[in-house]
Design a protein around this ligand. Structure first.
Ligand SMILES: [Ca+2]
Ligand SMILES: [Ca+2]
Ligand SMILES: [Ca+2]
Length: 245
């Protein structure tokens, strides 16, 4: 009769011990980083029942109201929620490329290394300081009004207002309801182009795009402005002060 005997030297024991310690340390390291990503680098800010003001930069989110101030710095992601009261949110960008996206109930600004998210603010404003920034404004299911200038686009409806300032490119989308869009031009040369489902006014340094509005109106002031109906393939030369539907 033979017996299988496993031998193990003190060196084997030592190696196994080292390996298990390394795995244990690795586990602790992974757990530490999981916590860092999942918890430590995200900030959650909540408002008061009164009127609150939110302001964010790429490395900071600040929410304040009567008797309090919550300041989150250097987080990868921040979230701020508004409840009752008249709450306003202002988002500042970076000098790089940033995106501002807003809906009636939430808004977000994000770019390289940061993501600032909000929910429930009645008024939201995204501000671009430079870079190839883009703003996306989304309407409500009800009736909404869009108005744009070369450096500003505003979309508002029942209980909310969203605004994009100084973006080189903006887009606003309309869904259900009776939604209207009005574009104002610059003093220079501008081009308005309209399709049945979308319309664009563009000029030096700006591009204001819309989709789905039931009625669009472009207003021309000075400059050599053109309006093109892409359906009729008609080109109209707009004179100062003349309105084109
Ligand atoms: Ca509030
Ligand atoms: Ca930017
Ligand atoms: Ca709508």
């Amino acid at each position: 009769m033979t017996r299988q005997v496993t031998t193990s030297t003190p060196l084997d024991h030592a190696r196994r011990d080292v390996r298990s310690r390394v795995l244990q340390r690795h586990g602790q390291f992974c757990e530490y980083h999981r916590l860092r990503v999942d918890r430590q680098r995200q900030a959650y800010l909540s408002d008061s029942s009164g009127d609150d003001t939110y302001t964010s930069w790429w490395n900071r989110a600040l929410l304040s109201g009567t008797g309090y101030s919550s300041d989150a710095r250097n987080f990868d992601r921040t979230w701020a929620g508004a409840s009752t009261g008249n709450d306003t949110a202002t988002f500042y960008d970076t000098t790089g490329n940033d995106i501002f996206a807003a809906w009636p109930t939430h808004a977000v600004m994000y770019g390289n290394g940061y993501f600032n998210d909000t929910a429930g603010f009645e008024s939201t404003v995204g501000i671009s300081s430079g870079g190839a920034d883009q703003a996306y404004l989304n309407d409500s299911a009800g009736d909404d009004t869009y108005t744009s200038w070369w450096n500003r686009a505003v979309l508002s409806g029942s209980g909310y207002s969203t605004e994009a300032r100084n973006f080189v490119r903006t887009w606003a989308g309309a869904s259900t309801g009776n939604d209207t869009a009005t574009f104002y031009d610059t003093a220079g040369n501008d081009n308005f182009m309209a399709w049945p489902t979308h319309a664009v006014l563009m000029g030096a340094g700006y591009f204001n795009d819309t989709a789905g509005f039931d009625r669009t109106l472009a207003v021309a002031s000075t400059g050599n402005d053109t309006a093109t109906s892409m359906t009729r393939l008609a080109r109209i030369l707009m004179r100062p002060g003349r309105r084109t539907r």
